[in-house]
Design a binder for this molecule. Structure first.
Ligand code: SF4
Length: 74
């Protein structure tokens, strides 16, 4: 997974204090979220435009409402 930072565009952030590592985000958007072998959630902060629907779906399915999308209308 490329975790690189791209200037401009929407951003994903995860509140680690809320995240309980259920992994539903990975199920919805495996290209963006990954439960790593070390038990931590890794995610790509700068989704491509075509990945936004999956990012929104992941944010909506998170039972802890730990995922925030910045710079996304609606
Ligand atoms: S769905 Fe939410 S609580 Fe579960 S791993 Fe993803 S961010 Fe964490």
């Amino acid at each position: 997974m490329n975790l690189g930072w791209r200037r401009g565009g929407p951003r994903i952030s995860v509140d680690n204090d809320r995240c309980e590592l259920y992994g539903l985000c990975q199920a919805e958007a495996p290209e963006l979220f990954e439960l790593a072998p070390d038990g931590r959630l890794r995610y790509r902060r700068a989704p491509e435009a075509e990945e936004l629907p999956d990012a929104v779906a992941a944010a909506r399915c998170c039972p802890m409402q730990a995922i925030a999308l910045h710079g996304v209308a609606g």
